[in-house]
Design a protein around this ligand. Structure first.
Ligand code: ARG
Length: 717
C-alpha cells in the first residue's frame, strides 16, 4: 500500500483542470521512479531512457548531478571533476576570497593552472549513490504514535537502516521523509570536501540586472561560476591537501552548442529545496494577511541599513555582499509570492478543492473532521504567528544578536561559578573573536536594532511584549518611542561589551555574572528570547505538530480519493527530475515574452556606473567587434537566457538544463514574476524556469575571461 501511495499521489486539481493531451510540465519526479514518466517524456521529445537517467548498476546521468553545500545544485562537466553552478551559488565563496586589493567579486577570476584554484573552506559536494523506498520498513511501525513519539521512532529506525547501508563503505546515508511522512527513502551519498574555485565572471556579468531583474523575465544575467572537486590519490573523498588530485567522475555531461528553439525538449535535474503544493486555504490566507509582509518589512530594514554602509567603502561592501544578496533574494520573493497568490486567486482555488474533499470525506472517520480540526489549529496559532517572524527576520537579524545570545551558556556557568568551564568557554570565544566580528558593521547594526524594535513595538500585540520594552522606554526616554529606541540603540552600541571586538576581548579577560547580565545588549536580546521561549514558542510548535499530522492525512486522503492520478511529492532537497519544453509566454494582456534573450539585449540595458547594469570595458569591445567565436546563434547574436516550462524551485539553482539527448544546454537559475506563487501552485500558463544559455557561459569563459577551460569540456556541435 505504501509503495503504491508514493507513486499515486493525487492532486485535486486533476478534477478541476483538464490535463488530457497536454504535455506534463508540472512535477518534480524521483529519479528512481522516472520509468513511469518515460512514455510521456518520449512523447515530448526525450531521446534517452529512464535507465540513462538513473541506474544503480551503471553510470547514469544522476552521477553527474551533485548537491552543492545543500543549498544549490552543480553538475560535473569534465573527466577532471570540473563543475558548473550559478554565480549566486558561488557568491559567498567568491566574495570571501575577495579583498579591496584583489577584488575577484568585482573583477572576475580565472585560474590559469590547477595550482591557482582557490580551496573553499567548508564547502562540500554530495553525489547521490542510490535511493531506496523504505516506507514499508517504517510506516507500519508508526501506527498510533503521537507526533513526537513518531519522530523519535522514525529517527531510530532511520539510523538503523542508514548504519546498515553505510557499513564497509565511505558513504553517508540517511532516511528522509517524503510527503509529510507518507513515504520514507533511504538515501546514500558520497561527500567531497576539497572543493576549489576555478573561475567566475565579474559580478557585473554574473549578477547583471541585480535585484531589479531578480525573479523576472526577460533576463540577461550570466549566472554561472566554475569549481572543481578534488579527491585523494585513490579517488576517494578527502579533506583539503595540496597533494589531492582532480576527481575522476563516474559520469560527466557533454555540452551542446546546437542551440534551442521553442518546443525543444528540456529536462532539469537537481535538488529542489521546498515546495508546499498541499498548503491549505488557511495557510494561504495567513501568508497573505500576515506572515509574508512581516518577513518583507523586517528584511527591508536590514537591506536599507546595510546598503547605506556598503555604498560608503569597498571593504564593508565585500563583508556584507553575500548576506545582502541572500536577504534581498527572499525579500523580493515574498513580495512576489503575495502578489501572485492574490492575482491568481490561489485562496479561492484551494477552497474549491477543499470543498470537494470535504464532500468526499463525509462518513469516513479518518477524514471527515480533518478540516474542522485544521481550522481550529489555525485559529489557536494565528494570534502568535507574527511574533517569531519579527524576532527571526527582524530583531535577531542584527549581528549583535547571535553574539549576545551565544553567551547564554556562559551566563549560567558564571552564575554557578564553575571556574573550569568558564575558562574553557571564554578561551573558545577568544579564539573565535576575529571570525565573530569579521562582518560586523556597527553603524548599520545600530540602526537595525532601533528600527526592528520599533516595528515589533508597533505591530505585535502589546500583551506579547517582553518587559524590557517598558524599561527601555523609561530609561532611554526621548519623547516618542521611535526616538527612545534610537537613543537606546546608540547608547548600547557605545557601551556594550559585545559591540566591538576590543571590548569583547576585554570582557572575556575577567567576565562576571553582573557585568554580563547588566549589559544592555544582553538584557535586551535575552529578554526577547526568554519571553518567546517561555510563553509563545509552545503555540508555534503545537501548531506545527498538528499541521503536519493533518497535512499528512490530507495528502493520504487525496490519493485515496483519486487513485489513478500519478503525482510527485513536495520538494525536500532530494534529487528530482523535471521535464518540459522550451516555451515563451504572455505575461499580461497585449504583451508577449519571447523564449530567449541576447547579447544585444544586454547592451540595451547597459547603464555605465550603475551598480546593477554596468559592464566591463572588454565586454563592450567584444560586442562591438562581434567577437562571438563558435557561440553565435544563426541570427549572428549570442543567446544569453532562455525559458522553459520546467517545474523548479530554490535549491535547483545551478541545475543543468539538458536537451533530448541529455547534453547540457543551460543552467537553471530563477523563476519568473508572474508565477511567484509557484511553490504553492504550479500555474501552467505562467510558470517558467529561467536559464542561462550554455553558449553564453562558454563565451564568457573563453572570450571575456580569456580562459582556455573550454578545451577541457566535451563539446558537441
Ligand atoms: N532569484 C534567484 C534564486 O533564488 C537568485 C538570484 C540571486 N540574485 C540576486 N540579485 N539576489 O534562485
Amino acid at each position: 500500500m505504501t509503495k503504491i501511495r508514493i507513486t499515486l499521489f493525487v492532486l485535486l486539481t486533476s478534477l478541476t483542470f483538464s490535463w488530457a493531451g497536454n504535455p506534463m510540465d508540472e512535477g518534480m519526479w524521483l529519479p528512481s521512479l522516472i520509468g513511469k514518466n518515460e512514455a510521456q517524456m518520449k512523447k515530448q521529445g526525450f531521446k534517452l531512457t529512464a535507465k540513462d537517467i538513473y541506474d544503480i548498476n551503471n553510470a547514469s546521468l544522476k552521477d553527474a548531478i551533485v548537491s552543492m553545500g545543500g543549498f544549490c545544485t552543480a553538475e560535473i562537466v569534465s573527466d577532471k571533476g570540473l563543475i558548473f553552478t550559478n554565480h549566486h551559488c558561488g557568491y559567498e565563496a567568491i566574495a570571501s576570497n575577495s579583498t579591496p586589493e584583489n577584488n575577484i567579486l568585482d573583477n572576475g577570476f580565472w585560474a590559469r593552472t590547477n595550482a591557482d584554484e582557490k580551496p573553499i573552506e567548508g564547502l562540500w559536494i554530495r553525489r547521490l549513490v542510490r535511493m531506496e523506498d523504505v516506507s514499508d520498513k517504517i510506516i507500519p511501525q508508526l501506527t498510533g504514535l503521537g507526533e513526537r513519539e513518531r519522530a523519535a521512532k522514525v529517527n531510530q529506525l532511520g539510523s538503523e537502516l542508514s548504519n546498515k547501508a553505510k557499513e564497509g563503505t565511505h558513504y553517508e546515508a540517511s532516511v528522509t521523509e517524503f510527503a509529510k511522512g507518507n513515504a520514507y527513502y533511504l538515501l546514500v551519498f558520497e561527500r567531497f570536501t576539497d572543493i576549489r574555485l576555478v573561475g567566475a565572471p565579474p559580478q557585473s556579468v554574473g549578477k547583471y540586472g541585480g535585484d531589479t531583474d531578480n525573479w523576472e523575465w526577460p533576463r540577461h544575467t550570466g549566472d554561472f561560476s566554475v569549481f572543481r572537486i578534488y579527491t585523494a590519490k585513490d579517488g576517494k573523498p578527502a579533506t583539503y591537501s595540496k597533494d589531492n588530485v582532480p576527481y575522476s567522475p563516474k559520469r560527466f555531461l557533454s555540452v551542446s552548442l546546437k542551440g534551442i528553439k521553442p518546443g525543444d525538449f528540456s529536462m532539469v535535474f537537481g535538488f529542489p529545496g521546498r515546495t508546499n503544493r498541499y498548503e491549505s486555504s488557511m495557510g494561504i490566507k495567513l501568508a497573505i494577511d500576515k506572515v509574508n509582509m512581516s518577513i518583507v518589512k523586517n528584511r527591508d530594514i536590514r537591506l536599507k541599513a546595510w546598503k547605506e554602509e556598503m555604498d560608503k567603502d569597498v571593504a564593508t561592501k565585500l563583508a556584507l555582499s553575500a548576506e545582502y544578496a541572500n536577504i534581498a533574494n527572499y525579500w523580493k520573493y515574498f513580495i512576489g509570492q503575495t502578489q501572485q497568490l492574490q492575482k491568481l486567486k490561489v485562496y479561492d482555488q484551494k477552497v474549491q478543492q477543499e470543498e470537494q474533499f470535504k464532500t468526499w470525506a463525509k462518513g469516513k472517520p479518518e477524514y471527515e473532521n480533518l478540516f474542522t480540526d485544521w481550522e481550529k489549529a489555525y485559529s489557536a496559532y494565528e494570534p502568535y504567528a507574527m511574533h517569531p517572524q519579527y524576532l527571526n527576520q527582524g530583531l535577531f537579524g542584527a549581528h549583535l544578536a547571535p553574539i549576545v545570545l551565544s553567551m547564554t551558556r556562559l551566563e549560567s556557568v558564571l552564575k554557578d561559578n564553575k571556574t573550569s568551564e568558564i575558562g574553557q568557554i571564554t578561551g573558545n570565544f577568544k579564539a573565535n573573536a576575529d571570525e565573530v566580528f569579521k562582518d560586523f558593521n556597527l553603524p548599520s547594526d545600530q540602526k537595525i536594532v532601533a528600527q526592528t524594535l520599533l516595528a515589533f513595538y508597533n505591530d505585535i500585540p502589546k500583551n506579547q511584549h517582553p518587559e524590557v520594552i517598558a524599561e527601555i522606554l523609561s530609561k532611554f526616554s526621548a519623547g516618542t518611542p521611535e526616538e527612545s529606541f534610537k537613543k537606546f540603540a546608540q547608547e548600547t552600541y557605545l557601551t556594550s561589551n559585545f559591540s566591538t571586538k576590543e571590548r569583547f576581548l576585554k570582557f572575556l579577560e575577567n567576565p562576571t555574572y553582573e557585568t554580563l547580565t547588566n549589559d544592555w545588549a544582553c538584557k535586551y536580546f535575552q529578554s526577547f528570547r526568554k519571553n518567546y521561549i517561555t510563553k509563545y514558542n509552545k503555540f508555534v510548535t503545537d501548531f506545527q505538530e498538528v499541521d503536519k499530522k493533518l497535512s499528512r492525512t490530507y495528502i493520504k486522503g487525496l490519493s485515496e480519493m483519486n487513485p489513478s492520478w500519478v503525482q510527485y511529492p513536495d520538494a525536500n532537497s532530494t534529487l528530482r527530475v523535471s521535464y518540459g519544453n522550451v516555451q515563451d509566454y504572455d505575461p499580461r494582456d497585449g504583451v508577449h515574452y519571447k523564449y530567449k534573450t541576447t547579447l544585444t539585449g544586454i547592451i540595451e540595458k547597459y547603464k555605465p556606473k550603475d551598480y546593477e547594469f554596468d559592464l566591463p570595458q572588454n565586454f563592450l569591445e567584444l560586442y562591438k567587434n562581434k567577437d562571438f567565436g563558435q557561440y553565435a546563434d544563426s541570427d549572428g547574436d549570442v543567446t544569453v537566457g532562455f525559458i522553459t516550462n520546467n517545474d523548479i524551485t530554490g535549491g535547483n539553482s545551478g541545475s543543468p538544463v539538458l536537451n533530448a539527448k541529455g547534453e547540457l544546454i543551460g543552467l537553471a537559475f530563477d523563476g519568473n514574476w508572474e508565477a511567484m506563487s509557484g511553490d504553492i501552485v504550479f500555474d501552467k500558463k505562467y510558470k517558467r524556469c529561467i536559464n542561462v544559455d550554455i553558449r553564453y557561459v562558454l563565451w564568457c569563459i573563453e572570450k571575456l575571461g580569456g580562459s582556455d577551460l573550454v578545451k577541457e569540456l566535451k563539446v558537441v556541435k
